[in-house]
Design a protein around this ligand. Structure first.
Ligand SMILES: O=C(O)c1cc(=O)[nH]c(=O)n1[C@@H]1O[C@H](COP(=O)(O)O)[C@@H](O)[C@H]1O
Length: 275
């Protein structure tokens, strides 16, 4: 999916919501455990219930890899089920020496090799250019680079001052030599809204993937006020807040209500802050 197509979906849906498919087999409603593939059955119901209100889905690989071979198959089926109108993110946080990154890229971007055909993958920047560039060899695919993450430990390294600037700023400026806003996004946690205005001056045109609203307590209003640009430039993720809004037979309906509430708030912010 291109930058333009993603912006079209945002204006069409009046939403920049990304639903995080962090599907924990220990948390899904009991009645689904009798299904042949409970994780896929859960995801399918969540996708059916939320696709009207979101523009992206982000399965986090940990939740699938922890299930071994069965988890990998649930992931493949889930990805195939997501409507083509939705941007897909493999939240895998990969990055290694060049030849290894090349195989990670193949894993997420080459369906003939792996059965997976994601639009994008999250990548950790700290092994540098040759660990990131192999993901950019796939012309229509995106890298989403970790810049300033939502967790408290994110400050251990990312805010350390190096050559008069916090380390995350070096990530934002150096990586712009690798790809522009049509192929690269950055992760900025919703809990880091204080830094968003400044980040926008460094990457005015890039999309930011913003996790950390809902369960982690980040403010959607602040993220939208400080982070939105002329093409929205935001994908705001919520995982647990939507997935586990309910835990009974009506879990998907509860997830839909939650996703709709976020979409309604986003519609308001698009009117207020789209510049
Ligand atoms: O890359 C991410 O998506 C990510 C980066 C970050 O800084 N913080 C963060 O929470 N995430 C992911 O976003 C999701 C947040 O989930 P909830 O807190 O349940 O909404 C999880 O899959 C996290 O791994």
């Amino acid at each position: 999916m291109t930058h333009e197509e993603l912006f079209f979906q945002i204006t069409h849906k009046k939403s920049y919501l990304c639903v995080g498919l962090d599907t924990d087999i220990r948390k899904i409603p009991e009645h689904l455990l009798n299904e042949e593939d409970p994780v896929f059955a859960f995801n399918k119901a969540i996708i059916d219930a939320t696709s009207d209100y979101c523009v992206a889905y982000k399965p986090n690989l940990a939740f699938y890899e922890a299930q071994g071979v069965a988890g990998w198959e649930s992931l493949r089926k889930t990805l195939a089920y997501i409507p083509k109108t939705h941007f897909t993110i493999a939240d895998a946080k990969r990055g290694d020496i060049g030849n290894t990154s090349g195989l990670y890229a193949r894993t997420f971007f080459d369906p003939a090799a792996s059965g997976l055909d994601f639009d994008s993958v999250t990548v950790a920047p700290y092994m540098g250019s040759d660990s990131v560039l192999p993901f950019l060899d796939y012309s229509n695919k995106w890298v989403i680079l970790l810049a300033l993450t939502s967790n408290t430990g994110g400050s251990d390294f990312q805010r350390l001052v190096v050559d008069d600037k916090p380390l995350y700023e070096h990530v934002l400026t150096t990586s712009q030599q690798w790809a522009g806003p049509d192929r690269m996004m950055y992760v900025v946690g919703a809990t880091q809204a204080d830094a968003l205005s400044h980040i926008r001056t460094l990457v005015p045109n890039h999309f930011l993937l913003v996790p950390g609203v809902g369960a982690q307590g980040g403010s959607l209003e602040e993220v939208s006020r400080y982070g939105m640009n002329a093409r929205c430039g935001l994908l705001v993720n919520s995982s647990r807040g939507i997935l586990y809004a309910g835990n009974g037979q009506d879990f998907a309906q509860k997830a839909r209500v939650e996703a709709h509430a976020i979409q309604q708030e986003m519609e308001k912010y698009l009117e207020l802050y789209l510049k």
